[in-house]
Write a protein that binds this ligand. Structure first.
Ligand SMILES: C[S@@+](CC[C@H](N)C(=O)[O-])C[C@H]1O[C@@H](n2cnc3c(N)ncnc32)[C@H](O)[C@@H]1O
Length: 266
């Protein structure tokens, strides 16, 4: 049966059930994925209506992270989807600011509302979830507009869209050009975490990162011995895509790389 007009999302993608409720009630009761319907994939080349900051210095991070004035994000989750990684890590690193970048409108709205709801429901701790935020952004185009040189210590690419067909490979989030941007925003010693259930994409990401002179592979055991075990666990298990893969008993391939410093030739 055709949907009646009043059951359809408005221009912001919000369904009437959400629109008509007071904002707090909406975020507390209705932060449910079913009210934030969205196509499964976004086209990173058709985002013409996206706003983006002129430079990292133009961003007032205090609007995102109340109580953390003067600080900027250190963890970035690129294509954060429904925000599982950020929500898992935020309480474990209360002094570290983390930002999700997500291109899809309703999905980024969902993560925004989810964070607001967590701040309210954990109101007994005034710092809870105030170190985590989200922007709707095309990370393939505008990452350096958000992050200053060497400002990040962790960069996450978790279960990125595989873009299977060869002619679509240019839409993959790991490519030689983009790696130069990732090396720019990541500080020496910082870590790139990638994970996927698509073997071909794993090989692709590993090959490109290995070939790039500013990254070196770092294995899981080393990361755990350096005290990053809780991050690795969250990478494996906390995201919505990762949970789907687990439910389907699929494989997961992890590949991590350290940003290295290469002395300039004189
Ligand atoms: C397969 S989902 C994985 C989501 C999440 N990382 C997880 O593991 O559950 C890939 C996500 O990346 C987002 N995405 C794709 N291209 C993007 C881009 N250029 N900038 C920001 N987000 C992007 C998609 O909208 C989608 O939500």
């Amino acid at each position: 049966m055709a949907k009646r007009k009043r059951d359809l999302p408005d221009q912001n993608g919000l369904l009437p059930q959400v629109r008509t409720l007071p904002i707090f009630t909406a975020s507390l009761i209705l932060v449910q994925k079913k009210f934030y319907r969205q196509r499964a994939h976004a086209n990173p080349f058709s985002d013409h209506s996206l706003d983006y900051p002129a430079s990292p210095g133009a961003i007032d991070w205090s609007q995102h992270y109340p109580g953390h004035e003067g600080k900027a994000p250190e963890f970035a989750d690129v294509g954060c989807g429904f925000g599982g990684l950020l929500i898992a890590l935020a309480p474990q690193f209360p002094d570290t600011l983390m930002l999700g970048l997500e291109i899809r409108v309703q999905v980024s709205q969902y993560v925004h509302d989810r964070i607001q709801a967590l701040r309210v429901t954990n109101g007994q701790d005034p710092t809870a979830y105030k170190n985590v935020s989200i922007v709707r952004a095309n990370a393939m185009k505008f990452l350096p507009n958000y992050f200053a040189k060497h400002s990040l210590s962790s960069l996450f690419f978790l279960f990125p869209d595989p873009h299977f067909k060869s002619r679509k490979h240019k839409a993959r989030i790991i490519s030689p050009t983009l790696l130069a941007e990732y090396a720019y925003v990541l500080r020496p010693g910082g870590i790139v975490y990638t994970i996927t259930d698509v073997k071909d994409l794993h090989e692709w990401m590993k090959a490109h990162l290995t070939a790039f002179p500013l990254f070196e592979p770092v294995d899981e055991e080393t990361l755990r011995s350096e005290g990053r075990g809780n991050i690795v666990d969250a990478v494996y298990h906390s995201t919505e895509e990762g949970k789907k893969v687990e439910n389907n008993k699929g494989d997961k391939w992890l590949a991590c790389f350290r940003r290295i410093e290469v002395p300039r030739a004189r």
